[in-house]
Ligand binder design. Sequence first.
Ligand code: T5A
Ligand code: NA
Length: 204
Amino acid sequence: MEGLDRSGKTTQTQKLCEHLQRTNTVKLIKFPDRTTPIGKMIDAYLRSQSELDDRAIHLLFSANRWECAGTIEAELRAGNTVICDRYAFSGVAFSASKSSLSYEWCKAPDISLPAPDAVVFLDISPEVAQQRGGYGEERYEKEEMQRTVRQIFRKIETDTAQANGHIIWATIDASGTLDEVQQRIQKAVEPLNGGITGEIQRLW
Ligand code: T5A
Ligand code: NA
């Protein structure tokens, strides 16, 4: 589950989890995972309680995924469903929106992480996002940055279709009601309901 800030990812991820739990064993993982030592550094940075070089914080976000990659693979091998609230696509979109970092450089540290079978991208205009609770509290929640992030997500969508044809990419209009958005998400992941077999694919 990917999306812009305040697009409703955490709310919708929880609902999707409950829906799928009726028929699957589901593991829900949130990135950044702010509970680990690396995650605590990320949390302090996002709340503007520390300063870090743009490259350093990018690598920490990636390391925060790598420290969980073994768990993700074990869950998949056990036949379970894994849902991630943000993943490497956010890692690229947010970092590459900074003029100091190139798109290709940002992709590199996440090479060979387990690839998802589907990416649900919750799309929302910065104007609508701003009207939702809590917006503007964290470092990246600024209109200009969110606009650039949205553009980069569109580029990632195009590149994913070309290079990772096995990944279902669903861009969902997240400006509707909670139920409307949930219906759209459930429809988008329906093709995966029968289960996935074969080797775990890798990014990118
Ligand atoms: N980041 C992340 C990187 O730069 N690199 C990385 O590698 C990764 C993984 C924190 C930041 O880190 C960046 C991206 C972020 O800037 P985060 O912890 O996921 O990432 O924090 P946020 O994305 O900011 O999470 P938010 O809590 O802001 O947004 P959500 O999860 O999209 O939204 P949610 O579900 O909490 O809802 C927000 C509010 O909107 C309401 C909710 O009730 C809530 O008040 N809402 C709705 N209101 C009306 N209609 C709807 N349909 C609504 N859906 C939700
Ligand atoms: Na969230």
